[in-house]
Design a protein around this ligand. Structure first.
Ligand code: CO
Length: 212
């Protein structure tokens, strides 16, 4: 995985671009003209969950934001900027929060080991645990509790997306925007749709609803 790997990935790129051009000489020229992806993907940084690949999406079809444990943090300017651009400029129709079983960030949030600066990011996941502690603590099997925590975390991030001013403003203006929560199985390659499909602010607590 040293210099040879580095050289290899550059060669891979040459081969890939040549293959695309052989299929369609205008492929990159057309892509360079602009993008209109129907989907924003908010996923985990984990190298085993490549957004485009697992949903068979081509370049131009999915706008992507990834961070550790696919979190939607209200003050994260990176996430908010991606969301704002996706919703208000690209006009995506769907936003998917995709977590995955075996997520290291979620696992870390169940434990107490300090890892480094990431401890402070994982605090947000610990908040999710605390809010669901009675249920999660009642699950005897640690693996089952881990899987359940991964799912609960995704649902929570979808609800947090719905609370953002960006999503609420879009809904308020009548823009069609659907939020979904998925969990990907590293060991199966299959996505589970958690069926938290939000498309208006009716499900939000009164205190979370914004008026425009
Ligand atoms: Co992960």
């Amino acid at each position: 995985m040293g210099i040879d790997f580095y050289k290899k990935i550059l060669e891979n790129n040459k081969a890939w671009s040549n293959t695309k051009l052989a299929e369609d000489p205008e492929y990159f020229k057309r892509l360079a003209q602009g993008q209109q992806p129907p989907l924003l993907w908010i996923g985990c940084s984990d190298s085993r969950v490549p957004a485009n690949e697992i949903i068979g999406a081509q370049p131009g079809e999915v706008f992507v934001h990834r961070n550790i444990a696919n979190m939607v943090i209200h003050s994260d300017m990176n996430m908010l900027s991606v969301l704002d651009y996706a919703v208000n400029v690209l006009k995506v129709r769907h936003v998917i929060v995709c977590g995955h079983y075996g997520c290291g960030g979620v696992k870390a949030a169940m434990g107490n080991q300090s890892i480094g600066i990431i401890d402070n990011w994982i605090r947000h996941i610990k908040d999710v645990y605390r809010q669901n502690r009675v249920y999660l603590d009642s699950i005897v099997s640690e693996n089952d509790r881990f899987d359940s925590f991964v799912e609960i975390n995704v649902k929570d991030q979808v609800r947090d997306l719905a609370k953002t001013s960006i999503v609420q403003a879009a809904w308020s203006s009548g823009q069609e925007l659907y939020l979904h929560g998925w969990v990907y199985g590293l060991d199966t390659g299959v996505v589970k749709d958690l069926e938290v499909n939000l498309y208006n602010n009716n499900d939000l607590d009164r205190v979370d609803r914004l008026e425009f």
